[in-house]
Every structure is written in structure tokens, then in C-alpha cells.
Design a protein around this ligand. Structure first.
Ligand SMILES: [Mg+2]
Length: 167
């Protein structure tokens, strides 16, 4: 696989580090947001510190936001409701289906869409395959699942080449 397909547009530690300054610099008007290890610990319904305020900031600045997760509806929908966002579950990232479904939920056609998430082989690869920009986060919590261990191992060498902004 071409290395370029695995490289994010930018990388920060936490989702709340994505400032309006960075969003404007990337010329973004819509964001597709991952959930697990991005907005909240895997399976948790309690968002990371500052997430509610960060989402409110995006809304105030007229950035369209839709949650786009590979997890099940019963996990994703209640969480999305709790933060007041529309969502697509079972999105099959890195394939484009879920991103396309999420884009259809936006009221206005976006000019430039940003994908935000903590995984290179789903969030970043998916964004690159779909021609979207991406911001990669550092996962905070351990995640359990059939294939997550493999994807995390594959990430190790790629992450060494990615500079986290401000660090
Ligand atoms: Mg995730």
C-alpha cells in the first residue's frame, strides 16, 4: 500500500486540540467524527473532558458535524443523541459507504470535509480513499474487538513518522 494513503493531513493528541484556527487553516466546513477513543472511551457514554464544549464551539462556528462510527447502532445512536449530533453507525470505514451516508445527512453540500479519528487503517485510510482531509488522534484507552489488535500493530511504524502538533 502507498504510504501516502496512511498519512493524515494533521495529527493532534486529543479531539479538543482541534482548534478553529486549525479548522480554518485546513479550510473545512464539515467534520465526520469517530466515537470510540475519539469522543469517549470505547463503549462509554461519558465523553472525554471538554468534548461537549468543543462540539458547541463547532456549532457556533457553523461547522457541520456528523458522527461516523464503525460500531453498532446501539452503541453509537445513544451517544450521538447525548451530544446532539446526527450519526451513521456500522459505517465500514475505510470503505466510503458510511462517509457517503454521513455526507447526505448534512443540510448543505460541504465544500471540504474533514475526517477525525484515532485509527490509521479506518479513519485516515478511509479519508484518503474518499479524497477527504483527516486529523489523526492519539488513542487514549484500550479497545477490545476482533481486529483492533492487528490494526494497532500495523499502526506502530506509521505513527513514528507522524508529528503530533505542538509536541
Ligand atoms: Mg475510534
Amino acid at each position: 500500500m502507498k504510504r501516502g494513503l496512511l498519512m493524515p493531513t494533521a495529527a493532534v493528541r486529543n479531539v479538543t486540540d482541534i482548534s478553529m484556527e486549525l479548522i480554518r487553516k485546513l479550510d473545512i466546513d464539515a467534520i465526520l467524527l469517530d466515537v470510540d477513543n475519539t469522543l469517549a472511551p470505547p463503549t462509554s457514554h461519558i465523553a472525554y473532558e471538554g468534548v461537549y464544549e468543543w462540539i458547541a464551539m463547532l456549532k457556533e462556528n457553523h461547522i457541520a458535524v456528523v458522527i461516523c462510527s464503525n460500531n453498532y447502532k446501539k452503541r453509537v445512536k445513544p451517544f450521538s443523541d447525548s451530544v446532539g449530533l446526527d450519526c451513521v453507525s456500522m459505517s465500514l470505514k475505510p470503505f466510503p459507504f458510511g462517509f457517503n451516508r454521513a455526507k447526505k445527512k448534512l443540510k448543505e453540500k460541504p465544500q471540504s470535509v474533514l475526517v477525525v479519528g484515532d485509527q490509521i487503517y479506518t479513519d485516515v485510510l478511509g479519508a484518503n480513499l474518499a479524497g477527504m482531509k483527516s486529523v489523526l488522534l492519539v488513542p487514549r484507552d484500550e479497545e477490545h474487538g476482533l481486529t483492533i489488535g492487528i490494526r494497532r500493530k500495523l499502526e506502530v511504524n506509521v505513527r513514528k513518522k507522524i508529528k503530533i502538533m505542538g509536541e
